[in-house]
Design a protein around this ligand. Sequence first.
Ligand code: SAM
Length: 243
Amino acid sequence: MKIDVLTLFPNMFSGVFGESILQKAQDKGAVTYDVHDFREYSTHKHRKVDDYPYGGGAGMVLTPQPLFDAIEKLTNEGETKPRVVLMCPQGERYTQSKAEQFAKEEHLIFVCGHYEGYDERIREHLVTDEVSIGDYVLTGGELASMVVIDSVVRLLPQVLGNEVSHQDDSYSSGLLEHPQYTRPANFRGMTVPEVLLSGNHAKIDEWRRQQSLKRTYHRRPDLFDEYPLSDKDKDYLEQLEKE
Ligand code: SAM
């Protein structure tokens, strides 16, 4: 996968892309990152990228020219048509299923806004997706794009050590993940559930399934609206409700 990021603050990315899974993914050849300062595409004599909003009001608005030119160039360089993702608090709320969609693409371009926002023509004519990472407003799209990129890159084949390890993650399966324990079995009198020490994998799977349902029931019952529960799941949830 090829990932291009358009930003006015390229230095913000080096730490995040140079550590942990994001760095390993690049080392393994699963992804390449190119961070571009879109100020370099500005044709203004002082490389200006923003201007006052028509109609008045506070703040500055990103002008269309540098972003149109940058995206056209990056699109023409690639072999496949990229998804152009605008980071925007007014966008579609980001979810794991969107991460799974993005992970199937060959080329993603992320556009990080700043200041008051974008000229509307960027939103209307240049991008394929508008993504918000939550109902709050950040100073710029840099941190938001890093969140999205991290969640996509870890889904690429061969990136996580164990190929299946993200499939049980919360939201990937459609439910929240079951609780996890590691050594020691007894820590200051706090013990690990017996079943996990039993070596009986059928029983462990059943316990995990039930814990996953229980956790989702208590913390995120809205996830059941979209989730196809089996008869066994339904029986367990009925029993839980009675308790
Ligand atoms: N005035 C804009 C509005 O009310 O929609 C907010 C602009 S915000 C200060 C500047 C930039 O930060 C946005 O253009 C976007 O790129 C990014 N941003 C802020 N909050 C975000 C969020 N929740 N998700 C994604 N990007 C966000």
